[in-house]
Design a protein around this ligand. Sequence first.
Ligand code: 4NP
Length: 151
Amino acid sequence: MTSILMVCLGNICRSPLAHGLLESKLPSDLFYVDSAGTANYHIGDSPDQRSIAVAKTHGIDISQQQVRQFKISDFDTFDYIYVMDQSNFDNVIKLARDTDDFAKVKLILEVDTSTLDKHVPDPYYGGDSGFENVFKLLDKATSIISQQLLS
Ligand code: 4NP
């Protein structure tokens, strides 16, 4: 089993979308996908309604996900840890215990060589268009990741 963790700040907007998207593109008997937030603001909550809605529009159900906080043992559980932006990267890297932990952490948009901006913008304080934009960025990135993992 290969395990992949998606991480953002709150685990309600971006990482639940990345989680649902990648999960939809990989066989569940071979791959385990999860998501977490670096902050503890929303522990136990469902994803943001706007993320649930944009995913639903594209045929993906993320409504059953529940927020949890990133924890140090995630470095042991997961083979790959994809973060959404530099702030998430810094927060996760601060918890890395050794070079193996460090090497697992990547900005998710680094996989997409067609984009120069490597940060998935936080849509929390914006409108619905921000969520559609995040969905598109993550749809492309997760397609590339799934192709890499399946090849
Ligand atoms: P996320 O977005 O990191 O993509 O889940 C945010 C969600 C909540 C907050 C910030 C960002 N917040 O400040 O509560």
